[in-house]
Structures are given as C-alpha cells and as structure tokens.
Design a protein around this ligand. Structure first.
Ligand SMILES: [Zn+2]
Length: 570
C-alpha cells in the first residue's frame, strides 16, 4: 500500500489537473485596467527587417524600447497582393482584407463614372483651408494628381475600423484622431467616426476637411501660425552620426538615386528656401516630415486632452518619411539608414512625452507598417541578385492586341488603361453580349504571360469564379479582389522587377507587389502590462485590429477576419 504522503500527492495532482481542464483556454478578455490611450503608430514602408538591421546603431528609448520591453512579432505580413499605402493603412485599421474593406488600390477606375479615382477623394467635403489642395505643378505623388476633387473623406472605406468601434462603444466619448503627412495615412486610421489631420504641401500647413470639422479648433490655427515648417529653410539634412559609423558609409551617391529639385543624391542634402516651389516636398522626402508630424501630434494630444480619463482614447500617427526616402534613394542607402536612426530618436521622444502626459503603463502602443518595400535594382545587381525596372510602354503590344481583336471580332479598342496593378479593358467590349467575357479574359491572360517580367496575370472573371489553384500568389490576389472596384486583369511582376515611373519622376524603388519584401512588416505591442517576448509564428496585419478590440474589451470591427494575438494577454 502506498504511504500517506504519496496518496496526498496523488489527490493534489488530480485536483490541480481538474482546475486546468476547467480553464483550458487562454482568457481572451480585456485587462482589469483599461488603457487610457491606444497609440497606433504606422511607419510608411518600414520593412520588417529595417529596425533590427541598424540595432547596434540605435539610441535608447525608441525602437530599443519596443524591441526590449515589447511583444515583438518577427514574422508578420500583409496577406493581400497590392501592397500600397491606403490598402495597408485600411487593413491595419479594419482587421480585414481589401476584398472586404474596399480600398483595393491608391487609385482605381470607378465603374459608374469611368473616372480614375483617388481612394479618399470626396467632392462633398472640401478642405477647410483654402489653397491647400494638390498643386499639380509640383506634386510628385502621382496618386494625388489623379484626384479630381480636393475634398477628402473616409467614405469609400466599406467597413468599420477599430477606432470606429471604440467611438461607438463609448457613446462617442472616446477621442479619436489620426495624423500623418499623407492624407491617406491619416484618414484610414481615424476611421469614419474620428478626426484626421494631414500635411498640405501646397500651403505648408496641417489641414483637414469639412467631413471632420466646420472650422478648425483654435489650437490648429495657432500651431499653423507658428510656422514651424519654415525652420528648415535654406538648411541641410546632415548625417546624425559620424559618417564612418554607418553601414552604408561607402554608398552615398549612387546613380539610381533620385535628385529631387536640387535636393541631391549625397549628404548634406540642401533644403531650398521656404518660398521655393519644391520646399515643402523636400520636407516630406526627408526626416523633416516626421519631425513636423510629431510636433503636431504632441500639440494635439495636449490640446485635445487625450488619455486623461478612464475612457480609452485613440491616437494614430503615421510617419511618411521612410516611404518617400525609400522611393527616392532605396531602403539600402545612406539616406535610408540615417532616416531610420532619426526616426528612432523621434520615437524615443514620443514615448518620453507619452510617459509624462499619460503614462506608458496606461497606454497601449502598437507599431506596424502599411507595407514593406523592395531594394533598388542597382543595389541588388551589385550583389548579382536579379532585378530591374519594367517599362510596359516599351513592350511591343500591338501584335498581341491584333491577335485578340481578330479572334474575338473586336473593332474598337481593347484596352482602356493600365493602372498598376490592374489592366482595365474597354467597358464596351465587356458588355458586348456576343463576346464571352471569361474566354476573352483567359486569352488576354495567356498573351500577357508571354511578356518578360510578368509572373502572374489573373482575370476578375477567374477570381469571381473562384476555381483557382490554392497557391500563395493566387490567394493574395484573391484577398485584394473586390468585384465592384478591382480592375479586369491583375498583373504581378517577377520578384525585384517593378515600374519606377511616377508619371514625370523616375524613382529608385516602388512597392506594391505580393512578394515578401513588400508584405513583411514589424508588429510590436508595448506599454500597459505587455510582457516582453519575441514570437516567430506567422501572423498577419489583419490580426492587429481584433487584438486591440479584445484587449480593450470591445467588439471587433465589422468585417474583421484576423485572429486575436493571444500572447498579448500573457
Ligand atoms: Zn505607404
């Protein structure tokens, strides 16, 4: 017979086991103490490897605070194919794919009007400031130039955002704001119910539209009147540290880098004087854009009293400089490296400020990116890695078009427009009942696949029919497919091959593909009671919004398909 101690031990074990089976799952519910502030930081084009690439060169309190104290997901990706800015920001905001949230591209052709449409343009809601619309003579962002109205709103976002849900849960009492240099970086995350501010290159001020306000709060007028924007006039963007300490110290002036209006390809980069045509554009293509964004966001937090009571508030800050710097110089450049080091310093300043004003232990921070980005073909070719620019304008398309027109007895034009990633066909051809649409699109796909550099072409008819191979590329294109908004044929180029033509500007690199360098982003949670950990299982950016909702204890956004990242409750 077993002795008494052994029997007691056995019963204790059975008792403990019964406790465990009674609570078999991780509790997915809000914390005892709710955050006073949710701070969602998006760094435009911050590819997942960039913060740790320069880890030894970082200061303290910025990325190091996040990576050392935070919950870091090291294998996080966007799941959709068209890795563009409004697409990624809206995915981060809504926890769902473009197929459902509807922002399938920065621009698309509206099937009802036939016009190329910028995702957040809205003639019903003009800008509050006059002279703040897009100056088409100097605008380098070709998506902005596509807009036919200067008005902006989130009206085309088809589903709710985390910030909408927060506002709704609190009977409108939660304060919700989005700030960015880019209008689309601010609008998506502020959602339908919040308020957004962005930087106007035309008038050099942070602006908003009548969707959000009839008139500006006084503090916005005062901030703009201070003209902080002038402080870079005639100055230079210099290296933060000794040039010998940089990874890219030997590759400053490279032939593929873009010299924007005298800003140059090497340090120090000379800002024009503030009365010059391209002055404000140069601010956005350098760390200055992020510095101004932070200054505005800090004033907003103080003036709007965010995080000061027990109702959870929300502030989204999207930093745009990393994107513009990568477009002009590439992520693997001295400019790209210095920009990350300066962003790191800004993040440290932001976290110090939040700690003073709200307390990091009462703030839930999440940082991610709207997409990653490719290296420049010039940089890759030096390393013998295949890469290059694609110019569809140089393709000999006529023979293919003639074959198709003959086969399907088409008299008029076949192709309406190519607006990456979509090829749009002439709507008259598509509505011609004598032509089988699926047959025509299949034939176009076969012709397209003969062109160099094209990895995959897939038609909307095929996507709608849904009978496609279960592969990574098809699945990511499917997640980008919205029947009412997507174009007729989706084109994917081979890895590291892309179009670098921004209309009138040739740039060093362009994102937008389903390849891993474009989908890979950091996801880090910090603050509150978050425990430091590194998690390497694959997760997706759609997981962020439902995780925020679960943490705060509110319902997920309306079309959220992401998983709750349960490590946040560990
Ligand atoms: Zn972007």
């Amino acid at each position: 017979m077993k002795n008494r101690t052994e029997i007691t031990l056995l019963f204790t074990l059975i008792f403990l086991a019964s406790l465990l089976t009674a609570n078999p799952v991780i509790a997915v519910e809000g914390p005892q103490i709710k955050p006073r502030l949710v701070l969602q930081i998006t760094v435009d084009q911050l590819r997942g490897d960039l913060p740790t690439r320069y880890y030894d060169r970082l200061g303290g309190g910025g990325f190091r605070y996040l990576w050392e104290k935070g919950l870091v997901y090291t294998n996080a990706h966007h799941a959709h194919a068209n890795t563009e800015t409004i697409v990624g920001h809206t995915t981060l905001a809504t926890g769902t794919h473009p197929a459902l949230h509807g922002m399938v591209a920065n621009v698309w052709i509206d099937r009802e009007t036939g016009f190329t449409t910028y995702a957040i343009e809205d003639p019903d809601y003009r800008l509050i400031s006059s002279g703040a619309g897009v100056d088409t003579s100097t605008e380098i962002d070709h998506t902005q130039r596509a807009a036919r109205s200067e008005g902006r709103s989130p009206a085309r976002i088809l589903v709710s955002t985390f910030s909408d849900e927060l506002k709704s849960y609190t009977a409108g009492q939660a304060k919700v704001f989005g700030v960015s240099v880019k209008d689309r970086g601010a609008v998506a995350l502020a959602g339908h119910a919040g308020k957004a501010f962005w930087f106007s290159k035309a008038n050099g001020e942070f602006v908003s539209s009548t969707y959000y306000y009839n008139q500006y709060p006084q503090w916005v007028i005062d901030w703009n009147a201070e003209k902080l924007v002038h402080r870079y006039s005639g100055k230079t963007w210099e290296l933060l540290n000794d040039s010998n300490s940089y990874l890219f110290k030997d590759s400053d002036d490279r032939p593929w880098e873009t010299d924007l209006a005298g800003f140059g390809r090497s340090f120090p980069h000379q800002y024009a004087t503030s009365d010059s045509k391209y002055y404000t554009t140069q601010l956005t293509t350098s760390p200055a854009g992020d510095e101004l964004t932070l200054e505005f966001a800090k004033t907003l937090l103080l003036q709007e009293k965010l995080g000061q009571d027990d109702i959870t508030d929300y502030l989204s800050i999207s930093f745009s400089s990393t994107d513009y710097v990568a477009h002009l110089f590439g992520p693997s450049s001295l400019e790209g490296e210095d920009n990350i080091l300066r962003l790191d310093r800004l993040l440290a300043e932001l976290f110090r400020f939040i700690d003073q004003q709200v307390g990091l232990e009462r703030t839930l921070i999440v940082l991610s990116a709207d997409h990653g980005g490719p290296d420049t073909p010039g940089y890759l070719k030096q390393l013998k890695i295949p890469a290059g620019y694609i110019d569809p304008g140089s393709w000999d398309k006529q023979a293919a078009i003639q074959r198709l027109k003959q086969q399907f007895k088409i008299n008029g034009k076949l192709v309406e427009k190519y607006s990456p990633p979509y090829l749009y066909l002439n709507p008259d051809v598509l509505t011609d009942t004598s032509i089988d649409r699926q047959d025509l699109e299949d034939a176009i796909v076969r012709e397209l696949m003969k062109f160099p550099g094209i990895s995959l072409a897939v038609s909307s008819s095929a996507l709608q029919a849904g009978n496609l191979p279960d592969t990574y590329l098809y699945n990511s294109v499917m997640k980008s497919f919205n029947a009412k908004r997507s174009g007729d044929i989706y084109i994917v180029f081979e890895p590291n091959w892309f179009i670098n033509d921004f209309g009138r500007l040739k740039v060093a690199s362009t994102h937008g593909s389903p390849w891993r360098y474009d989908t890979f982003v950091p996801i880090v949670f910090a603050g509150m009671d978050i425990k430091s950990a590194k998690v390497s299982r694959k997760i997706y950016t759609v997981d962020i919004a439902p995780t925020l909702a679960a943490y705060v204890g509110i319902k997920p956004p309306s079309a959220s398909v992401g998983e709750i990242l349960s490590e946040i409750f560990n």
